[in-house]
Design a protein around this ligand. Structure first.
Ligand SMILES: [Zn+2]
Length: 413
């Protein structure tokens, strides 16, 4: 793989060869993949990408894996939908929704897992594992099945039933922990030091995180190889937000986009778990861990690993943060469904509610081309809206009953 030089510490810059490691031995900083951008620039082109598969693997030149050895369920190249009805309701001009509900296990996590488990096979691992708030569990279980790997996924025991069933069905081990995600994550860090497993978000994390960049690549390609002015991204660990900006920057670095990226990046959190948004509001660099209490369980990371980096991206790009209540999250889910026909999970409700808040505050402007990243499918979190939507009426099968119960336009029977 000519394009990968190795791993580099994000704090001190020390370099390592590409291995299943994730922390710097010297300063304990996080490692990330280091690329040879000259080699990529020489090999990549818009034409080559256009001729590639209709999946994230069309960007294999910009990923740390050999594309021909990919663990692939058809992830990526999801629709970028022009959302005029939503824009009109929010008083905005040009709004697009990147609809990542349309991935194989119905969330953007398929992107990171497809990359992580492809790399795990290259390293010779036989077992895949993860700590998950739900969506990652679905995706690891499915991709492990596809790759013929055994799997162990660790989840908080109070997870939505829908996410447990849609993980267990793939036949791997599902271990429910009596604790929150941060407890699950801590246990997995301990397990990772004992078992030689590919923990996608621990020892495979540098490779795993790179999968998120493909959301930026697709967005630019689908906008005719141009960039949005402003993006709104949900924040859990903070990794997705930082990698979306990295994706835009890499497109410029390797010559796929001529304009210098000046994309404003805004972050969306649920009020019941908003450590990064709180630091932004406090104008502080310190992210104070919180105990999550929100219906947006897929974003419920109280101690976000990449929180500081996400804060830095939002600040330096001229974006903003908002934290929205559970009520606003439900309203956001219903607004997106009602205006655009897209049913998102609670995390999508967080993104749309944040977009609405930032539009009302004048932070997201009417003259901007805006992209909202909707990262998971509403069928995963039915409970969030089950209490507030339902049949218009329940009636006897007669015309009279219908006319009496349901408002219509046109003739009355
Ligand atoms: Zn270091």
């Amino acid at each position: 793989m000519v394009q990968v030089q190795g791993l580099r510490c994000r704090e001190c810059g020390r370099e390592y060869s590409a291995a299943p490691i994730f922390t710097c031995e010297w300063c304990f900083g996080p490692l990330e993949v280091a690329y040879d951008y000259d080699a990529i620039t020489a090999s990549v082109s818009r034409e080559k990408i256009a001729a590639g598969p209709l999946s994230l693997w069309r960007y294999a030149d910009l990923l740390p894996v050999r594309g021909d050895a990919a663990v692939d369920l058809g992830t990526g190249f999801t629709p970028l939908v022009r959302a005029d009805r939503l824009a009109a309701e929010l008083g905005l001009g040009e709004v697009w929704v990147k609809n990542d509900t349309r991935n194989p296990t119905n969330s953007f996590k398929d992107r990171v897992v497809s990359v992580a488990l492809s790399k795990a096979l290259e390293f010779g691992f036989k077992v895949a594992a993860c700590a998950s708030t739900g969506n990652l569990a679905n995706s690891v279980a499915a991709h492990a099945a596809r790759a013929g790997l055994r799997s162990y996924v660790f989840i908080p025991a109070d997870l939505e039933q829908g996410k447990v069933v849609t993980t267990a069905v793939y036949g791997g081990n599902v271990v429910a922990i009596n604790g929150n995600y941060d407890d699950v994550n801590r246990l997995c860090a301990e397990l990772a030091s004992i078992y030689e497993w590919a923990f996608v978000n621990v020892n495979m994390r540098p490779y795993y995180a790179e999968g998120s960049k493909t959301l930026a690549f697709e967005t630019a390609e689908q906008l005719g190889w141009s960039l949005p002015d402003h993006v709104v991204v949900p924040v859990a660990s903070g990794s997705l937000l930082t990698k979306i900006r990295k994706g835009f920057e890499e497109l410029h670095k390797v010559g796929l986009i001529s304009e210098e990226p000046q994309v404003r990046v805004s972050g969306a959190q649920a009020l019941g778990c908003s450590p990064v948004a709180q630091a932004w509001l406090d104008e502080s660099d310190t992210i104070r861990p919180v105990k999550p209490d929100t219906i947006a369980k897929s974003l419920a990371i109280g101690n976000p690993a990449d929180g500081y980096f996400a804060l830095d991206v939002v600040r330096t790009s001229g974006g903003a943060f908002a934290a929205v209540s559970d009520g606003e999250i439900v309203d956001g889910m219903r607004l997106l469904a009602r205006t655009e026909g897209i049913f998102a999970e609670t995390a999508g409700g967080v993104t749309i509610a944040t977009l609405a808040r930032l539009a009302a505050d004048g932070v997201v402007r009417r003259d901007e081309r805006v992209v909202a990243f909707v990262t998971g499918n509403g069928l995963k979190t039915l409970d969030a809206v089950a209490g507030v939507v339902g049949p218009t009426a329940t009636i006897k099968p007669t015309l009279e009953a219908f006319a009496a119960a349901v408002e219509t336009e046109g003739p009355t029977p």
